[in-house]
Design a protein around this ligand. Structure first.
Ligand code: DX5
Ligand code: ZN
Length: 221
């Protein structure tokens, strides 16, 4: 499976998103990671439906909009994000009771369905929905803020997901999010990650150079 970088717009320049998105396009970035925070599931509030809608309208099919909902009871907003143009909708296991059913609803609406787990959540908790998930997102920091340090031990979850996928012939992509830098990206790729999210490491200083440096490693797998 080809591996991809998914820049997290949380660290982009919101005053001039067009400029930052143009830089990503120049470097053939395919996935855009969009962090939606509700101030309840996580202590922070970020972007929401209107921003995603505007990005989709203006970039059309340039990017796959990989939407990460850090939101309590995300089932309330599935249609809103579909209409805004989300391509992948990832919910948290901790955020709702019937998360397997919510994945099915997301798929029924024509989006790819992702399930995410916080650092303190046992990865085995989501065993019951791995057969239907299109994507599994391992949080390698406590969700809510960019620029935190990678939590060691997150790679064990990636390796587990990789084993289970091979053993059962499951099709989900494995994504990792939080604290990824040019120094640790090789080890997450080796563990089995397909989509590497990076925020601060992409948007600080020279975006084009950062993406090139990441892709030199990610695309070598
Ligand atoms: C954190 C978000 C991340 C964040 C990653 O809750 O889910 O996507 O933007 O930022 P970095 O790469 O700076 O850790
Ligand atoms: Zn995220």
């Amino acid at each position: 499976m080809e591996k991809y970088l998914a820049p997290s717009l949380l660290s982009a320049n919101f005053y001039n998103l067009e400029n930052d998105l143009a830089a990503l396009k120049d470097e053939n970035v395919k996935y855009l990671h969009l962090d939606v925070m509700d101030g309840m599931f996580v202590p922070n509030i970020s972007l929401g439906v209107p921003v995603i809608e505007s990005i989709k309208k203006n970039t059309r099919d340039d990017y796959i909009l990989d939407t990460h909902l850090m939101v309590e009871r995300p089932e309330r907003y599935i249609t809103n994000f579909k209409e805004a143009g989300a391509d992948i909708l990832t919910i948290h296991q901790e955020a709702t009771k019937d998360y397997c059913e919510v994945l099915t609803i997301i798929k029924d609406q024509g989006m790819k369905a992702g399930i995410s787990v916080n650092p303190e959540t046992d990865i085995k908790k989501i065993d019951d929905c791995l057969s239907i998930a299109d994507l599994v997102l391992v949080m390698s920091v406590h969700p809510g803020f960019g620029g935190q340090k990678f939590i060691d031990g997150s790679l064990d979850k990636v390796k587990y997901l990789q084993d289970v996928r091979i053993k059962n012939g499951y099709k989900y992509m494995i994504e990792i999010d939080g604290g990824i830098t040019i120094k640790n990206v090789k080890s997450v790729c080796e563990a089995g990650v397909d989509i590497v999210v990076a925020g601060s490491a992409v948007f600080k200083n020279d975006i084009r150079k950062n993406v090139k440096d990441f892709n030199n490693i990610i695309k070598s797998f």
